[in-house]
Ligand binder design. Structure first.
Ligand SMILES: [Zn+2]
Length: 390
């Protein structure tokens, strides 16, 4: 019994913690106790799960509790932002073994950035005392529209040199692992959902950083749309504005209210600000002009989100990105924009709040995405192949 199709559903329940004993797995999946036992034996003998303590059972002896064998593989994460990158190594159970943050200018030749990222990932593997040959998934987040199936950025305004560059190919030559590439805000949405709001079916995660983007969770799953561009709210046009945008259009939300736009507005008014982090720092320290800029931007963002709320009817909007630390200025502006524009029914159960994971949302989402891939049928087939050949 080493059929990935049979093993994957059990493994996913064990990973999520939704069923962790043989009896509970049988009840949850509807399989017979003997089928479950046979499959669990296969998972145990192939080193994919381990027995770890006991769980209370309905009468009789306490049942043996199962959990994912954290040692069965490693996950590497390179969450690349416009001005900063976060790196992490985690085990297959999702525990972070090492992590780090580095300054980055993303708009360079992709091969240079990826070689630099790989050096940092290898240094983290060393720190964690682990080997590159145990890596089973690499996840790269990028501030770009990403075609998820091929792992390529498509006409990315912040990083034009990456247009069409096949990121997975770079890592395929270096690791016996799947490489997944996704938009950075999609990863943040997934991380926040899985870690903080796993019971919410419909959630929007809006990132207000250098640019503006939105990750969409529908029915508990990431919604990428037909081509991976779903949620690109930064390029929705703000009525009455005609500021040119990096994408080639004008009046885009990002060109009016993104962190880079706010930095330019402040500089033009004589307050030196080069990046979104400078804007956040100035506003946090009470600079009046910076706070005015953030408040005006929040109102524009809220008005665009009002239309999105009427369209998608989420039960929560989570606000993240470098400006999200300015809770009251940014959130109150966004709330007022949304409340003024969306239908009452669409707002009835709507909560708007700041990200709980903050800067860690992207790496948390990347780890969750990698776990889901490694524990899929295809991923398990790969694990079994590697185990047989090793
Ligand atoms: Zn645009």
């Amino acid at each position: 019994m080493t059929d990935p199709e049979a093993l994957s559903p059990l493994l996913r329940h064990i990973a999520k913690g939704s069923a962790t004993t043989r009896a509970h797995l049988a009840r949850t999946t509807g399989l017979s106790r003997s089928s479950v036992s046979q499959r669990v034996d296969a998972l145990l003998s192939n080193g994919l799960v381990i027995e770890d303590g006991t769980a209370p059972s309905d009468g009789g002896r306490p049942a043996l509790r199962l959990r994912i064998n954290a040692e069965a593989g490693l996950i590497l994460v390179a969450d690349l932002g416009a001005t900063q990158a976060r790196f992490a190594v985690s085990d297959l159970a999702g525990a972070e073994l090492a992590s780090g943050v580095q300054e980055l200018v993303i708009d360079q030749e992709p091969i240079q950035v990826l070689a630099w990222a790989d050096r940092h990932l290898r240094a983290l593997l060393d720190t964690a005392g682990r080997e590159a040959r145990d890596v089973r998934a690499v996840v790269v987040g990028m501030p770009a529209p990403v075609e998820f199936g091929t792992g390529t950025a498509v006409k990315p305004p912040l990083m034009p040199q990456w247009d069409g560059y096949p990121v997975p190919g770079y890592f395929a030559e270096r690791y016996d692992a799947d490489t997944l590439v996704d938009n950075d805000v999609n990863l943040m949405a997934l991380g926040e959902h899985r870690a903080v709001h796993p019971d919410l079916e419909h959630l929007l995660f809006i990132k207000v950083g250098t640019g503006i983007g939105c990750g969409i969770i529908v029915s508990g799953q990431l919604h990428r749309g037909a081509d991976g561009a779903a949620g690109d709210v930064g390029h929705i046009r703000v009525p009455g504005c005609d500021t040119p945008c990096r994408c080639g259009n004008s009046g885009c939300l990002e060109a009016v209210a993104g962190g880079q736009a706010l930095a330019s507005h402040l500089t033009a008014k004589g307050v030196a600000a080069a990046t979104v982090r400078d804007v956040a720092r100035l506003a946090a320290h009470g600079n009046t002009l910076a706070r005015q800029e953030v408040r005006a931007a929040a109102q524009h963002i809220g008005e665009v989100l009002a239309a999105v709320v009427s369209f998608a009817n989420p039960s929560a909007i989570i606000v993240g990105g470098a400006l999200a630390q300015l809770d009251e200025v940014l959130l109150s502006g966004i709330k007022s924009g949304v409340h003024g524009g969306a239908l009452p029914l669409a707002q009835r159960s709507l909560r708007i709040g700041a990200s709980v994971l903050g800067e860690r949302a992207g790496t948390a989402g990347a780890i969750a995405l990698a776990q889901e891939r490694v524990l899929s049928e295809e991923g398990i087939a790969n694990l079994l192949r590697i185990r047989r050949s090793g």
